[in-house]
Design a protein around this ligand. Sequence first.
Ligand code: KIV
Length: 275
Amino acid sequence: MSVAIQNKRLSVPYITTGKGQRKLACLTAYSAPFARLMDPHLDLILVGDSTAMVAYGLPNTLSITVEQMAFHAAAVVRSTQHACVIMDMPFGSYQESPEQAFRNSARAMALSGIDGVKMEGGAELAPTTRFLVERGIPVLAHVGLMPQHVNTMGGFKAQGMTDEAAARILADARAHAEAGAFAVVLEGTAEAVARRITEEISIPTIGIGASPACDGQILVTEDILGLSGDRIPKFAQRFADAGALISQAVETYASQVRDGTFPTLDHCFGVKKKS
Ligand code: KIV
């Protein structure tokens, strides 16, 4: 090894060892300006495959590619220095085999500089988690409601509502913890189930529509900033109305352009100031 460049980011082991000591504040980001503003306040930034829906207006997360995700992830990594940055592996880029998952994850890491990857899947995916972790790729598991399974689930439906379903999600989370995942996202999961998983597994749980008892929380940033239209998901809360602010600023800009009050000579080059 040569002289290492100092990396001041929160590391993956920092995330894992905080279980029971500190709650993890996590959000999604897809672009440099948002990531820059959010970075000092967060433990983990996820470049989620919700990029497909939020940034590209697609109906679900299924059609985004590794390359598209890596471009967004690189922008987030370049504009942050504090939070741990994790990227979602897109649908079809890891489910086929551990080898396929390793190849695409390593490529995403090389293209973007992310600290690790997230993959959606139950216990059947745990051998892939193990394969990646043993080869140096940190894995954030994702169980419960898995948006990449939208077609087999028949929509985005809360999970863990029966004893059988609850036991399955617990087994899924446990399998990934045992396989070496550094944390697990519990999405759209019955509160009591998420609470029990948090108590029973050794790695941090990061909830979204899960339980206040989770070791951390994650949301889609646009949902908490008033940038997702009028609909606020049940599990989110609007912490600011940036949508109204942006709309008002653009309206003022447009009216000033139309009535000739912007730009003025102050905004031009080669204009001598009158003394
Ligand atoms: O893609 C995403 O945004 C997610 C959530 C956990 C926030 O996976």
